[in-house]
Ligand binder design. Structure first.
Ligand SMILES: Cc1cc2nc3c(=O)[nH]c(=O)nc-3n(C[C@H](O)[C@H](O)[C@H](O)COP(=O)(O)OP(=O)(O)OC[C@H]3O[C@@H](n4cnc5c(N)ncnc54)[C@H](O)[C@@H]3O)c2cc1C
Length: 403
């Protein structure tokens, strides 16, 4: 497990759109707050927004700056449908817990959409249906079982046989599950919007500042920094993405490399309903459209070895994504105008770890989000806001470090 990563390379599509800037300060002297949040990506932003809304004073640190980690590279299909199919999660953690995990993701999407609306953050938020295509991980028969499993858990899902899939969407595949209610958005605009809300409520942002050590005592936590000054707080939240601090247990955590492309704008050629399309396959494949009609297509995931190897594959992987996109939607111009690579962490079950570190009740961490990072960042912000208020969250055990 690597604790410092070059998180991405290439040119993510979001660089074509302006996000509001988030002002930061230099950390020149020791400071104190109720909560120190380390990391200013989408996770840190959601946590800072949730905690300032509850009246906590918050200070955020980032060794790069806001939105400069994985958040800048995400393809932002914000889905309640987590990568681990419900029918596969059941034998791993038991049916009751697996159903709870799926339902919690469903709720997180609703909570996030409502919160963005309430705060008035302009991030291109919209709803999308999604199509989960049969592939080599779940074939047509497995998709029917997955549909049943979801329905038994109270989650609406519709099984589409090949004829209906081709008729309504023009997609020639062996069937799909259709779901409603997933979210499309611009991840940088959302992150900036959340951070700026937190700032309005008094949060302070320090960057570039690298946290080197976090020590938890009975009454407080001290964050040491490479720059010298310290941050003392009642709690620390480590939202460092896929770079884990030394104090965070890295067992059952794995780093995956992933690639993505985006095409030119071609609004009129986008497939019906601009559905999210993803495939139950290994290697993985997924696509969505941007608000102005580009197509983002990603996947080709493989285990991370090092940044150089990941980055050297960018040309070949983007050519392969482009070919797969053209094969599925022959009317599209699948030529990449943007191509980029990134890494993300995942766990054996696909569920993230969120909560207090073992034996350190004042240090909370968020790690291992897989391809559903944004959904899990939302869940993390809910769990951590409850924990810091001393409230129980009935699903905390699903994500706890000692689960
Ligand atoms: C190509 C790609 C596609 C993806 N697609 C999707 C998708 O479609 N849907 C989805 O939900 N998720 C997706 N993900 C995952 C999602 O992007 C991530 O889960 C999410 O961006 C992680 O946000 P974060 O804030 O936790 O991490 P980051 O954005 O990486 O932020 C962590 C921050 O912590 C800072 N930091 C780290 N260590 C320290 C330290 N010691 N001191 C100070 N600061 C520190 C870093 O500089 C960084 O800015 C994708 C990821 C990639 C790479």
């Amino acid at each position: 497990m690597r604790r410092k990563l070059d998180l991405r390379t290439g040119r993510p599509v979001w660089s074509a759109y302006r996000a509001p800037s988030v002002p930061t300060e230099r950390l020149t002297r020791d400071v104190k707050a109720d909560v120190a949040v380390i990391g200013m990506g989408i996770s840190g932003a959601m946590i800072a927004e949730a905690l300032t809304a509850e009246g906590h004073s918050v200070m955020c640190l980032d060794r790069r700056g806001p939105m400069l980690g994985s958040t800048a590279a995400t393809t932002a299909l914000v889905q309640f449908e987590i990568d681990q199919p419900l029918s596969k999660l059941c034998p791993m953690i038991g049916r009751t817990r697996a159903e709870r995990a799926w339902r919690r993701s469903r709720l997180a999407i609703e909570n996030l959409a409502a919160r963005i609306g309430e705060l008035g953050i302009e991030c291109g938020l919209d709803r999308r249906i999604s199509l989960y295509l049969a592939g080599n991980v779940l074939g047509p028969g497995d998709l029917a079982k997955e549909t049943d499993a979801r329905r038994q858990a109270g989650i609406q899902a519709f099984h589409f046989p090949p004829g209906e899939l081709a008729g309504r969407f023009g997609i020639e595949r062996r069937g799909a599950i259709l779901s409603h209610g997933n979210l499309t958005l611009d991840p940088r605009k959302l992150t900036a919007g959340l951070l700026l809300k937190a700032k309005e409520r008094g949060a302070r942002f320090f960057a570039p500042v690298e946290a080197t050590e976090v020590t938890g005592g009975k009454e407080q936590v001290v964050v040491e920094t490479k720059e010298g000054p310290t941050v003392t707080a009642a709690y620390a939240v480590l939202a460092t993405g896929y770079e884990l601090m030394e104090s965070v247990p890295a067992a059952s955590h794995q780093i995956i490399s992933t690639w993505a492309i985006a095409t030119r704008r071609q609004r009129r050629k986008i497939w019906p309903e601009e559905a999210f399309v993803w495939e139950a396959s290994d290697p993985y494949l997924y696509m969505r459209a941007t608000a102005d009609g580009r197509v983002i297509c990603g996947g080709e995931d493989q285990e991370f070895s090092d940044e150089e190897k990941r980055d050297a594959l960018l040309k070949a992987k983007s050519a392969r994504l482009s070919r797969k996109l053209a094969r599925l939607f022959p009317a599209l111009d699948a030529t990449p105008e943007f191509a980029w690579a990134g890494s993300f962490g995942t766990t054996t079950t696909g569920l993230p770890y969120v909560g207090a570190l073992p034996r350190h009740p004042r240090i909370h961490a968020v790690m291992g989000y897989g391809g559903n990072g944004i959904t899990y960042s939302q869940i993390a912000s809910e769990l951590i806001a409850s924990a810091l208020r001393g409230r129980d969250d009935r699903d905390a055990d699903l994500y706890a470090f000692n689960r």
